[in-house]
Design a protein around this ligand. Sequence first.
Ligand SMILES: [Zn+2]
Length: 122
Amino acid sequence: MGRFPEKKDAKEATVDWSKRHVKKLSFWIGLICYSALVGLVVTGLLIGIRRWIPLPPALFGGIVGGVTGGTGFIAMRWYWRDHYRRFLRTRLNTLGIPICMKCAYDLTANESGACPECGTRL
Ligand SMILES: [Zn+2]
């Protein structure tokens, strides 16, 4: 975000990303389906484990919530990381700040047509 010329450009990019990806019904349906699926699987596993190891209800709920929320957060970060980077780099290029789409190297005054850092052709 620090490469945007002004703070308002960075803020606009964040708002635009949110509109395109977070404020969509498909995102929330996907998140709910994911949580339901993982929650059910973890609950099933814990019910199986409880036959051998007694788990107090608070610990049971904590494990289900923690695993579901934790893996959901990690999966979302992993999935969105590349998408978000690509989105921001495209935005910077659109604003006239030449930046390598692959490695984010600053390509200002680059005339070779290739990124000196990673070799990606422009
Ligand atoms: Zn590069």
